[in-house]
Design a protein around this ligand. Structure first.
Ligand SMILES: Nc1nc2c(ncn2[C@@H]2O[C@H](COP(=O)(O)OP(=O)(O)OP(=O)(O)O)[C@@H](O)[C@H]2O)c(=O)[nH]1
Ligand SMILES: [Mg+2]
Length: 304
């Protein structure tokens, strides 16, 4: 299966909603534009973007005399693509690099760490996973399982340890092993919890300080927010809070296989001007894809 097909499969449910309105058989009338705007809003693009996109597309359709479903789909995909930010580098492949995974409970952080570790390991990188979720029961064991699947060592301390100290140890170990890529899993937390966000800011600071002193030279540290696409518009509030507290470097959207709301990816990318680094399209180790805004938008609207 090619990337576009795989992505299309993942975004099936998002596209179905748009499919309905594109079966208009002939006239592009007022109802069509209203339905389009509603569908974009329902798909979690947010009211502002949905209105902007619909207005722009309507102008374009008039100017260029776009009439067929295919023409409109393609134009819609192109318009949506403009909202995405392209990453300057891919810090999972441009190593050395240390990446902290943050997000609310159950977003898919641990699973994503496992998937990325596996892909990087297969790609010949020397990877170390760090387990800074010392809070949730069985979190360390869960990460151990992913480490084993990926064939990557996991650095951990006892449950209840201070997560910032664990990160320090993880970097010590990564440094000793000459790791290229360090992936650190953190405990899920609500973006509305000031104490837990402060704790996380400390985790990031300590990691940064230790990473600067690596034997082979300073290792850049990046903070990535993992968002479950199914959380809908709340994903936007999460992204804003995490970004304010930590200064995010990118986003990973998970569970795009199980939601009709792929539009949240666009809403977050547009609002925070942050790149989407990977997307999760299933629970298996291979269900992670590079994000390609062009393919994503075409798959989202079903453009050929
Ligand atoms: N369908 C689907 N399920 C996913 C995806 N990513 C993660 N999951 C599932 O989501 C659930 C939570 O994933 P975790 O990786 O444990 O999430 P987490 O953010 O580490 O959770 P906490 O550590 O409790 O905050 C698991 O059942 C995963 O299998 C995805 O892309 N698609
Ligand atoms: Mg976890």
């Amino acid at each position: 299966m090619g990337l576009f097909d795989a992505l299309s499969h993942g975004l099936e449910r998002s596209r179905e909603a748009l499919n309905e309105i594109f079966y208009f058989g002939g006239e592009v009338d007022e109802d069509f534009w209203e339905d389009l705007e509603d569908t974009l809003v329902m798909g979690d693009m947010g009211a502002e973007i949905s209105m902007q996109v619909t207005d722009d597309l309507r102008d374009l359709a008039a100017r260029k005399n776009l009439r067929t479903a295919n023409q409109l789909r393609r134009a819609l995909a192109e318009r949506l693509e403009e909202y995405f930010v392209h990453p300057e580098t891919d810090f999972f492949s441009d190593t050395p690099s240390c990446v902290l995974f943050v997000g609310i409970n159950g977003a898919g952080k641990t699973t994503t760490v496992g998937k990325i570790a596996s892909a990087a390991h297969e790609g010949g990188k020397r990877v170390v996973i760090g387990s800074a979720d010392t809070f949730r029961a069985a979190a360390i064991e869960q990460l151990d399982v992913w480490g084993e699947r990926a064939g990557v060592p996991v650095v951990k301390r006892d449950r209840g340890s201070d997560p910032a100290s664990v990160c320090y140890d993880v970097l010590d170990e990564a440094d000793a092993q000459g790791a290229d890529l360090v992936l650190i899993d953190t405990a899920g937390r609500l973006h509305t919890s000031a104490d837990l966000m402060r704790e996380l800011a400390k985790v990031v600071n300590v990691t940064r300080r230790r990473a600067e002193k690596c034997e082979a030279g300073p290792m850049p540290v990046h903070v990535v927010l993992v968002i479950d696409a199914g959380t809908g518009q709340n994903g936007l509030a999460q992204a804003e809070e995490f970004n304010n507290s930590l200064g995010l470097d990118g986003i990973i959207m998970t569970k795009l296989d199980g939601t009709a709301k792929g539009g949240i990816a666009l809403a977050v990318a547009a609002k925070l001007k942050l790149p989407i680094l990977r997307i999760g399209v299933g629970e298996r180790i291979e269900d992670l894809q590079a994000f390609d805004a062009h393919d994503f938008c075409r798959a989202l609207v079903g453009a050929a």
